[in-house]
Design a binder for this molecule. Structure first.
Ligand code: PAF
Length: 280
C-alpha cells in the first residue's frame, strides 16, 4: 500500500499507471470503521486499483464545533487499510485541496440539497460537491463508491456527475450496521455508554415504519415516530421525513408507482446520527 500526501505525488503515481486499468475510488473523512472497509473491499473486487482518500473537508461543516470534534485516527486508518490490501491512500492537506481559498462553489442540485440534511446543515452539500468534484479531478476514477447511509449525499453526487458530465460511475453501497442495527458511523465513537445503548432505537423505529408503511398513512407514521422520541430522554429527534426516493421531496400522501424512503436525524447529546430505509 502506498500513501501520498500531496496532489503532485499522487498524480505522478497515477500517470505512471496503464490508462486502461480501472480505478475504484473511495472518498472518506477517515475514522474508518467496518462500513468503510466493506466499501473498500467492494471497490477492490470491481477494479484493478483502489484509491482511498482520507480528508476531513472543512467546507461541509456548518458548525466549527462539529468540525473540531470530528474524530481523526489516521494511524489506525492506515493500519486497517493495509490489512485489507488497499493499493493507494491519499491524505492531502487543506492547502492542497483548496489551493486558492477554503470555500465552497455554488451548485445547482435541482433542490436535492435544500431538504433534510441541507435544510439543517447550511451549505453542507455545496461543501460536499466542491470537495468530491476536486477529488474526482485529481484521481480520475472509473468508479466512485458512496454509502447509502448518506443517501441524500449519494443523490446529490449523482446529480452533480450528470449535470457536469463527469466521466465516473457512481456506485451506491448498502448501509453497514452493528449487530443491534445501529448504522455504522465515525460519529458512533463519540457516544457515551448510555447513548450507545439507546441508539439502536433509530433503526428499530425505521423498521417499524417500514412494517406499517402499506397499511398506515404518512401522518400517522410521522406522529408515531415523534411520540417515540418525545418519550425518550436520551435521543432527540431533529427530523423524520418520508420522501420520494428520486426527488427527495417529503410527502404526506402516498402515490402509486413511486418509491419512498424514510429519513431520520437524531441527536444523542451533541452527537448527530442519521439513518434511512427503503419503504417499498
Ligand atoms: O461521506 C463522507 O465521508 C464525506 O461527505 C465525503 C464524501 C468523503 C466528502 O468529504
Amino acid at each position: 500500500m502506498k500513501v501520498f500526501k500531496t496532489v503532485g505525488l499522487l498524480q505522478k503515481k497515477l500517470m505512471s499507471i496503464d490508462k486502461n486499468r480501472s480505478i475504484g475510488f473511495v472518498p472518506t473523512m477517515g475514522a474508518l470503521h467496518k462500513g468503510h472497509l466493506s466499501i473498500v473491499k467492494k471497490a477492490k473486487k470491481e477494479n484493478e486499483l483502489v484509491v482511498v482518500s482520507v480528508f476531513v473537508n472543512p467546507t461541509q461543516f456548518d458548525k466549527a464545533d462539529d468540525l473540531k470534534s470530528y474524530p481523526v485516527t489516521v494511524d489506525n486508518d492506515l493500519k486497517l487499510l493495509k490489512e485489507i490490501h488497499c493499493d493507494i491512500v491519499f491524505i492531502p492537506s487543506v492547502e492542497d485541496v483548496y489551493p486558492e481559498n477554503v470555500q465552497s462553489s455554488n451548485f445547482d442540485f435541482d433542490g436535492l440539497d435544500k431538504v433534510m440534511e441541507g435544510a439543517f446543515r447550511d451549505g453542507h452539500f455545496d461543501g460536499v460537491g466542491t470537495v468530491v468534484k476536486r477529488l474526482f479531478e485529481i484521481v480520475e476514477p472509473t468508479r466512485a463508491y458512496f454509502g447509502e447511509k448518506d443517501f441524500q449525499q449519494l443523490q446529490v453526487i449523482k446529480k452533480m456527475v450528470k449535470k457536469d458530465n463527469i466521466a465516473v460511475q457512481i456506485v451506491p453501497c448498502e448501509i453497514y450496521r452493528e449487530n443491534d442495527g445501529l448504522a455504522m458511523s465515525s460519529r458512533n465513537t463519540r457516544l457515551s455508554e448510555e447513548q450507545r445503548e439507546e441508539a439502536p432505537l433509530i433503526h428499530q423505529t425505521l423498521l417499524n415504519v417500514k412494517k406499517l408503511f402499506s397499511e398506515r398513512d404518512i401522518k400517522y407514521l410521522k406522529k408515531m415516530v415523534e411520540d417515540i422520541f418525545k418519550s425518550n430522554d436520551i435521543l432527540e429527534l431533529e427530523y423524520f421525513e418520508i420522501a420520494n426516493t428520486s426527488t427527495l421531496l417529503s410527502t404526506n400522501n402516498k402515490l402509486p408507482n413511486i418509491n419512498y424512503r424514510a429519513f431520520i436525524a437524531v441527536f444523542a447529546g451533541k452527537v448527530r446520527l442519521i439513518d434511512n430505509i427503503a419503504l417499498n
